[in-house]
Design a protein around this ligand. Structure first.
Ligand code: COA
Length: 211
């Protein structure tokens, strides 16, 4: 199958990141946390029970990201595996990446495994991919002002505040804190992860794979 992310492996401490497969969907849905905000732009189906529709929207997003991939606009969903169990998703996104060299990221973890540093390891994994293998120069992210764990992960890795914005959310208007990390600041932090299989992914980012 021409989808090189199934063979991508990123080892970051006890966390393994790899391209989400359809076999991952059931274990993910089994631990999908209720505090994960769905994209408010995705349609809800009034005929489905709310919990079923939430699962449908999650699944549809994963498939949409595969089916609409373009080097100019992409979202890479990586399964988070710890001790052989799927416990969350770490996503990396880029728009006009060949020109802007900027990546965004978002993630979630099953509630049972939070608070032990896994989110930091997950972010280190995708930043290593972006900065050391894909040619990214800047990483950005954003989180609600009341999302202390997400903000803590970013600040711990050297991101600096980059302004506030207001946005629509399932609970109405909310303020987002934006953060930014340059490649130099990332490298100064001295973090690493072991990335295998990035070479075959390069054409998906409009880069030539070395022959
Ligand atoms: C965001 C998320 C992935 C973080 O997972 P986690 O397991 O708590 O993350 P970690 O344990 O790696 O790190 C959490 C950090 O937040 C800090 N933290 C946690 N709760 C906190 C609180 N209430 N106040 C301040 N800091 C807090 C921890 O001390 C830790 O910081 P440190 O590494 O500097 O000590 C998880 O909370 C989640 O899935 N949330 C729901 C989805 C979501 O909001 N995703 C982010 C959208 S932008």
């Amino acid at each position: 199958m021409e989808w090189p992310f199934f063979d991508l492996r990123i080892a970051s401490g006890e966390v393994l990141l790899r391209g989400v497969t359809d076999d991952d969907l059931d274990p993910m849905l089994a631990v999908l946390p209720d505090d994960l905000e769905m994209d408010p732009r995705t349609e809800t189906f009034a005929g489905l029970a709310a919990v079923t529709d939430r699962r449908r929207r999650f699944t549809a997003e994963i498939w949409k990201h595969r089916g609409t991939w373009s080097p100019g606009s992409w979202c890479l969903d990586l399964a988070v595996e710890v001790d052989g169990q799927v416990v969350g998703v770490q996503a990396l996104e880029g728009d006009e990446f060949p020109l802007l060299r900027t990546v965004d990221s978002h993630s979630w973890l099953a509630k049972e495994v939070r608070g032990r540093g896994l989110a930091t390891l997950m972010r280190v994994g995708v930043l290593a991919l972006a900065f050391e293998h894909l040619g990214a120069e800047v990483a950005v992210t954003s989180a609600r002002l009341d999302n202390a764990p997400s903000l803590a992960v970013s600040r711990r890795l050297g991101y600096v505040d980059n302004g506030l914005s207001r946005t629509n959310s399932p609970t109405g208007m909310t303020e987002l804190q934006h953060l930014r990390l340059t490649r130099d600041a990332w490298r100064a932090g001295g973090r690493t992860a072991e990335v295998v299989g990035a070479e075959a992914c390069l054409p998906w980012f409009a880069e030539n794979a070395a022959s």
